[in-house]
Design a protein around this ligand. Sequence first.
Ligand code: AP5
Ligand code: MG
Length: 221
Amino acid sequence: MRIMLLGAPGAGKGTQAKILSEKYNIPHISTGDIFRYNIKNETELGKKAKEYIEKGLLVPDELTVKIVEERLKEDDCRSGFILDGFPRTIPQAEELDRILLQRGTGIDIVVNIFVKDEEIVQRLSGRRVCLKCGRNYHVKYNPAASEGKCGECGGRIVQRDDDKEETVIERLKTYHRQTEPLIDYYEKKGLLYTVEGKEKIEDTTGEVLRTVEEAAQKHGI
Ligand code: AP5
Ligand code: MG
């Protein structure tokens, strides 16, 4: 299955993508995670991406598309994948269509997770991430059992640099300006399913899984 998750920053794309990836045994591809990995390791790509990310802006399309194109060539993507945070602009979506069409495939299902802006700010300012395995926590909604320490790998839990309130506000503006038009783009293709990001992670998961199963049946996947 080739699934795409759309939604504002903090809508819960990463959280749900990880669950879907385990359930369907397909890779979770997050451009944000790829950029953060490169920033941490101080690669050339990381240095370029950092300039944009810390301002709440998008990394240029050309750079981003190249990374995804390479990633999709890997063997583990043959039986499907989950895209999280890509595409984020209309040109990226058009490039993705081109890349997949070359292989005679396309996206099967687009799940748009909708959450109000006010709630996003709350969620992101409370988010904490594990430096070692990348697992996400939230000080209120999803706290780690022992404070400051990852329950999965024991790594240190910190706040992401771009989760500072002023950067979150910029990221939201960027989302509304550049990414929201994708909702229409996929609606017109008949691929879009919108679910409301609920107060509880497991409630959202229930909705996402139901939607994916229904859509898969409808499209015969
Ligand atoms: P990226 O890492 O993709 O960030 P984002 O889209 O801003 O998304 P987030 O990771 O902040 O949110 P999420 O939807 O994954 O939510 P999460 O599950 O973590 O990108 C970072 C930056 O890289 C971008 O700003 C951009 O600069 C650049 N970039 C990336 N891709 C790019 C592209 N294609 N083109 C150009 N530039 C690109 O959940 C958030 C929090 O809420 C967590 O704490 C979680 O525990 C909590 N939570 C989740 N679900 C629920 C729920 N149902 N109820 C309560 N709390 C919840
Ligand atoms: Mg994410």
